[in-house]
Design a protein. Structure first.
Length: 593
């Protein structure tokens, strides 16, 4: 829906979305960039597209609707042919026998309304919906991935297995190009984070990583692997005739109105070339720390550390544990016009408006060390180094923290406490670690229980015995602390969908939650939908600084941090399990040592 600048201004003022100062600022940006006020208002986070659509629906007296794609019958949608639905961003979502209910992105387009009326008749009720919502609904026109891919690759079945790939095989409208498009589309629709295309002896295996777990999506004919990989290489601007060495590339696609960047990696294996594609949603805003799952002690100490004018904040965990996401959220909090943020990353996963982001390029001599040295001459307030991989990078980071910069970075260690001895191992002096590190975050990602089908149950004596052993609950005071944390989590809205019901008493656990064994349509029958973080934030207090200077072990540091109030990742996960957000099995899957 395209609104005039005057209408947007009127809607923002009428709904108290802008002050006169903000509006003048918007108009000034508009003059400089020559862009519609509607686009700028959304980009500057003054209003969302959905809110603007709702405001306009009241202004124009056209009811607003948000359609759940899963509740629409395909026969009802077919009343308006797919081609017309896509052309005019319109969909029939209900037919009650008396009239048809039509949702449009732009009900003011009278030419479109007249044309649609000829198609479906005059008896219809008009609604307004966001473009994104309509595009999500239009995906219902699609059949299952297996059927669609089977249709397009059937043409390839009779082709002989060959290393050479002709131009026709990988042209824009070829079956192979359509197969690649379908693989990408269905991965995005499944909320996958990675796509694996792997040649096997007799077939090509396609797997999606959904919520951290690999699932087989399809098996394709073995003889299309060369053309399939070549098509992906063309999209990623890689060398299609180089099959002996790994290659890395990147390309972008738009699915259902959203832009996605795909990071591509190819690797020669025994059966051919394997391709892995990481999917990055470029339209995603950085989540707040609360949305990521921070609360209580962890939220308080992390907020305190990132508000410091200088020092070092480190995030630790294995690959794929959400470290970069935590750092981007922290940078977003500090991202103000009077703060110069500079980053050196490998790769740049998300674009941060207003920050100066540099991509590592070792072949051109642009390493983390070279990038960090250059950043220090760029008058930064905050520096983010994607990863500390060696002693020289660690030393430069510490020197930057000592000279008045706030440095964010990541390290690969098992938990927060082992990060400090790791820096010692890299040759950093203990007194420097003690004086520069502000906080260390340890984190993992766990799957969320599906809100629709999760089950609660009363734990048996065997369950309780196992829990006390697994989570090191040794005494009545330990159980009392768990109960107090359960209560505090409820007060802070953790697991708000189960209201304020507590799952513990001062003496025992009364209720737990688990995934439904068969799941439901909402979670694709897995019992889990989405992921969240579990965290431990080690605050570098004066007593801990003393332990660091004394070269204490990571166990001693962790024990003292826990006495001071730190929640370990396991305890944070356990409280979230009590609040119905995840399951005990899931916590143990990612934290068991």
């Amino acid at each position: 829906m395209r609104l005039s600048d005057a209408t947007v201004e009127q809607l923002l003022e009428k709904n108290n979305k802008v002050t006169s100062e903000q509006l003048e600022n918007l108009k000034s940006i508009q003059k400089q960039n020559n862009r519609p006020l509607q686009d700028l208002a959304v980009k500057e986070n003054i209003v969302t597209e959905k809110q603007l659509t709702e405001f306009y629906s009241k202004f124009a007296n056209i009811p607003f609707v948000e359609i759940n794609p899963k509740e629409i019958d395909k026969d009802t949608m077919m009343i308006l042919p797919e081609k017309i639905s896509r052309q005019y961003s319109a969909v029939v979502f209900k037919d009650d026998g008396k009239s048809k209910h039509l949702a449009m992105e732009d009900p003011d387009d009278m030419q479109a309304v007249d044309f649609i009326q000829k198609q479906i008749g005059a008896d219809f009720v008009m609604y307004i919906a966001t473009k994104e919502n309509i595009l999500q609904v239009l995906e219902n026109f699609r059949d299952g991935v297996a059927d669609e891919i089977a249709d397009v690759v059937a043409i390839q079945e009779e082709v002989d297995t060959k290393e050479e790939v002709s131009e026709e095989d990988i042209a824009e409208n070829s079956p192979i190009a359509k197969t690649v498009n379908l693989i990408l589309e269905y991965a995005i629709r499944s909320n996958a984070s990675d796509i694996h295309i792997e040649p096997r002896e007799e077939f090509v295996q396609v797997r999606y990583r959904i919520d951290g777990v690999l699932n087989e999506a399809n098996k394709l004919p073995r003889n299309i692997i060369a053309a399939l990989v070549s098509r992906i290489k063309i999209l990623s601007n890689l060398k299609i005739d180089e099959r002996r060495v790994p290659q890395d590339g990147r390309f972008k696609v738009t699915v259902a109105g959203k832009k996605y960047a795909l990071r591509v990696s190819t690797l020669p294996i025994a059966e051919g070339e394997k391709v892995v594609m990481r999917i990055l949603d470029e339209s995603n805003r950085a989540l707040t720390l609360e949305e990521l799952g921070y609360w209580g002690w962890s939220l308080e100490k992390f907020n305190s550390a990132i508000a410091q004018p200088y020092g070092m904040v480190l995030v630790t965990g294995p690959t794929g544990s959400g470290k970069s996401t935590s750092l981007y959220s922290a940078l977003t909090i500090r991202n103000k016009p009077d703060v110069n943020i500079s980053t050196v990353e490998d790769p740049i996963e998300y674009k941060l408006q207003g920050a100066n982001q540099t991509q590592v390029n070792p072949t051109a001599g642009m390493t983390f060390i070279a990038g960090l040295r250059a950043l220090l001459r760029q008058d930064p307030n905050i520096i983010m180094v994607g990863e500390i991989r060696d002693a020289e990078t660690a030393n430069l980071g510490v020197q930057a923290a000592l000279t008045g910069h706030l440095v964010f970075s990541t390290l690969h260690t098992n938990n927060a406490a082992t990060c400090l001895p790791r820096l010692l191992d890299m040759g950093i002096e203990p007194f420097l670690i003690a004086s520069t590190v502000r906080a260390v975050v340890g984190q993992r990602l766990v799957r969320r229980l599906c809100k629709t089908c999760k089950e609660d149950y009363a734990p048996s004596k065997v369950d309780l015995d196992a829990i006390t052993h697994m989570f090191n609950i040794k005494s009545a005071s330990d159980m009392q602390r768990i109960h107090e944390l359960d209560k505090k989590a409820a007060e802070q809205g953790i697991g708000s969908e189960i209201s304020e019901k507590l799952s513990s008493t001062p003496s025992t656990i009364t209720r737990l939650y688990r995934a439904h064994p068969e799941g439901c349509d909402e979670c694709n029958h897995s019992g889990y939908k989405g992921r969240m973080g579990i965290y431990e934030v080690l605050d570098n207090s004066v007593p801990i600084q003393k332990l660091i200077v004394e070269n204490a072990t990571s166990n001693s540091i962790q024990d003292l941090a826990v006495k001071e109030g730190m929640m370990t990742m396991q305890i944070d996960g356990f409280i979230k399990a009590l609040r119905g957000q995840t399951s005990i099995e899931e916590i143990l899957r990612v934290t068991r040592e």
